[in-house]
Design a protein around this ligand. Sequence first.
Ligand code: ME8
Length: 500
Amino acid sequence: MNNKFYITTPIYYVNDKPHIGHAYTTILADVLARYHKTAGDEVFFLTGLDEHGQKVQQAAQKRGLSAQAHCDDLAPRFIQLWEKLEIKYDDFIRTTQERHIKVVQAVLQKVYESGDIYLHEYEGWYSVAEERFITETEKESGAFRDVKPLKERNWFFKMSKYQQTLIDYINDNPSFIQPVHRRNEILGFLKQPLGDLCISRPKARMDWGIELPFDKEYVTYVWFDALINYITAPGYLSDDEKFKKWWPADVHLLGKDILTTHSVYWTTMLFSLALPLPKTIFAHGWWLIGETKMSKSLGNVVNPLDLVDQYGVDAVRYYLMREMVLGQDANFTLESFIKRYNSDLANDFGNLLNRVSGLVGKYFEGVVAEEGQVNEPELAIQKQAGALDAKVRQLVDELRINEAIEETLQLVRAANKYLEYQAPWKVAKESLPQAGTILYTAMEALRISAVLLAPVMPAKTATVLDVLGATDSAPRWGELKSGTKLKTHDALFPRLEVKE
Ligand code: ME8
């Protein structure tokens, strides 16, 4: 197939340490990137940090640090977390990097010269928390904190000019904004007249940002700066060949909180630059803690590092990927984590490895037997396993990760059941070759499941494949070699005690 696949996460604000929500989006992007890599696609996976703007400046002030020193202090915490979570990104962008500042200024100059940026005095309600002017209706909704009247001369981007072009584009490209209920939300939003976007902040009020190239009194609004990261990294205006290869992005992955900025601000900016739009903008739901949104003020933030230290990186990745139906909210509880771990990882996946390696040890001195004479029960497993790769690929292409995992776990469960029914420990007394066939069949199901779960659980699946002597094997039936001596191993996922 050999396609290119360019996937992005939002670039996170460095106003605080990353939590499980940031970890979720980044793991999801990593899992998708790994699936595409194993399918032979050329992958570019970008993540990074959003370092300008008022939120970051205020966080720095609170700590008594300069904004840059604050960012330099927090950036490694993100990078270290991504390492711990086995995130293999191809580029990590920070908006304070010279390469980005250059591109943002060049974009501003270009858009300015094309006539899409103008100076205007605006008087209205300003939300300090949101860092933007809000409409009268928004103010009345009471949803915004720290609202004050403000009169200011600012630079505006002619977003309204592209409203109809955007509506037409969304209508013509059904897979552009996903899932479909989010697409409808944006189309609904676009039924109202779209205003122009204030893209500057006077330095006198807020100076932590990229200076406008055509007006030194102002810095760029943080969103106008941040969104451009998606073109900076693949080489816009710096490496034409690289940019041509990767742009447009295949998937911008994000939470539903920032869907409007991506599907309205970013797209109209791209229209103005005459650049193609990303193929898909996918907004996932929120991880809730006990049905409420995670927030520092509520003190209910889950720290992914604590989970990883206690349960291991693979279990955390697995839980997050399996538990959330992409596009909907999900509730994080330790109880559901432990339940999922014990059922899928300890009882199903880990147990299958334990059983086969134990039986092969007992009856075959740890050596994989010939596949031998297969009958209907073997063929049923072969058929299920043989169809799995294509099924998983399709679900991954449709971003239905939890279903792709569930399909794979079904094969694991089928193999466990098959072992129980076929009882190779009994068959061995009458026909050793037949017992060998049963074990070969169960091991092949295990191997194929491990290959297909590798993007989700890179470490534990590598252990399984190593035990089976099949490290670089493909998810195709028959790649397990008879005569292979299985390696010894510890319990893959020891059962967790449930606290009463
Ligand atoms: O918005 N559940 O950065 P941010 C799921 N800098 N995902 C969550 C989550 C939760 N409870 N909380 C956060 C910004 N996320 C801007 C982005 S992009 C050009 C600029 C994830 O640090 C989710 O992906 O507030 C969400 O969209 C993102 O973190 C917001 O990160």
